[in-house]
Write a protein that binds this ligand. Structure first.
Ligand code: NAI
Length: 330
């Protein structure tokens, strides 16, 4: 039998490394494209049996219809989130979409904690100072995480892993989720969003992007927060209205902002834009603030997570071709 051919979009050398490793012995033919899958690139998928996508590919109805007209009925996402796929259209067109639901939630949780600590103890500033032999501490004052209140919005796999890590620091944990979990309830107190906004020194977002959670953090919610609050988003960019967050920073309401995701990251992240002018003024302004720490969707980027993503993606593809169900189908 001919090997199944898979077009892997938005791929980087590290994706190739971990996917090829997982494909060893499976015998699928993987072809790697750096391009993001979207209307302008969808023709690249012609001649393949399946595609694999990542967070910033835009799999809308037009793209799906093109895939189906070329005999492709499988999209293997290499991520947990799926807000970039028109699932309704996929279902109507008979396209199977599978994701990697639970790869190493600790990878994102630990990155979240790293952002909290870096912002709090001003590590990037300290690093730059010491490099220039400036050992002055003025301006580097932090606060103890112990006994500080951290609000976790979304207590799924990553939110819970973050709560476990933060409970080790002795934080008081508040949390909110429409579907509370017993495990999270043992570590923190479930409450409404208003209480989280009112009482938290640090607020960290771990819910998916949905119609309901879109711009959850906006002018009105920011107004309810403590003066000088630290806001961390390692979930999805559009949970935060970036312009409102910027206004909140200017007013001093938000004292620290940690972003691993950004609403308009699709045109910016996962590429080297050194020396290029950024055309997104809000993003450029945010980057210029000393109390803003931005990383480029790096939360998942650990050896363990990439191994898991590679293995699950390959298994999702193999299952589709073999008519097997994995439970990762959406
Ligand atoms: P999960 O599905 O295990 O948990 C999400 C939780 O959010 C669920 O308990 C759900 O009930 C809750 N939720 C849904 N709507 C909510 C709302 N409006 N308010 C509060 N809670 C709500 O997902 P997991 O694995 O914990 O991932 C969370 C998010 O992290 C993903 O949706 C994804 O967007 C993001 N992510 C970011 C990565 C990164 O590299 N920065 C990597 C992987 C995921």
């Amino acid at each position: 039998m001919e090997p199944k051919r898979v077009a892997v979009f938005s791929s980087k050398p590290y994706d190739k490394h971990f996917l090829d490793q997982a494909n060893d012995g499976q015998g699928m033919q993987l072809e790697y494209f750096e391009n993001r899958l979207r209307k302008s690139t969808m023709r690249l998928a012609e001649g393949y049996d399946a595609v694999s996508c990542f967070v910033n590919d835009i799999v809308d109805r037009t793209v799906l219809e093109h895939l189906v007209s070329n005999g492709i009925r499988m999209i293997a996402l290499r991520c947990a989130g799926f807000n970039n796929v028109d699932l309704e259209a996929a279902k109507a067109l008979g396209v199977q979409v599978a994701r990697v639901p639970g790869y190493s939630p600790e990878s994102v949780a630990e990155h979240t904690v790293a952002m909290i600590l870096s912002l709090n103890r001003r590590l990037t500033k300290a690093y730059n100072r010491v490099k220039e032999h400036n050992f002055d501490l003025d301006g580097l004052l932090g606060f103890n995480l112990q006994k500080s209140t951290v609000g976790i919005i979304g207590t799924g796999k990553i939110g819970l892993a973050t709560m476990r890590a933060l409970s080790g620091f002795g934080c008081r944990l508040l949390c909110h989720d429409p579907y509370p979990s017993d495990e999270a309830a043992k570590l923190g107190e479930y409450c409404d969003l208003d209480k989280i906004y009112r009482e938290s020194d640090v607020i960290s977002l771990h819910c998916p992007l949905t119609d309901e959670s879109y711009h959850l953090i906006n002018e009105a919610s920011i107004a309810k927060m403590k003066q000088g609050v630290m806001l961390i988003n390692t979930s999805r960019g559009a949970l935060v209205n970036a312009q409102h967050a910027l206004d909140g920073m200017k007013q001093g309401k938000i004292g620290y902002l940690g972003l691993d995701v950004y609403e308009l990251e699709g045109d910016i992240f996962f590429r080297d834009l050194s020396g290029k002018v950024l055309h997104d003024d809000v993003f450029a302004l945010l980057l210029s603030y000393p109390n803003v720490l931005v990383t480029g969707h790096q939360g998942y980027f650990t050896r363990e997570a990439l191994t898991e993503i590679g293995q699950t993606t390959i298994d999702n593809l193999a299952a589709h071709f073999e008519g097997r169900v994995t439970g990762n189908e959406l």
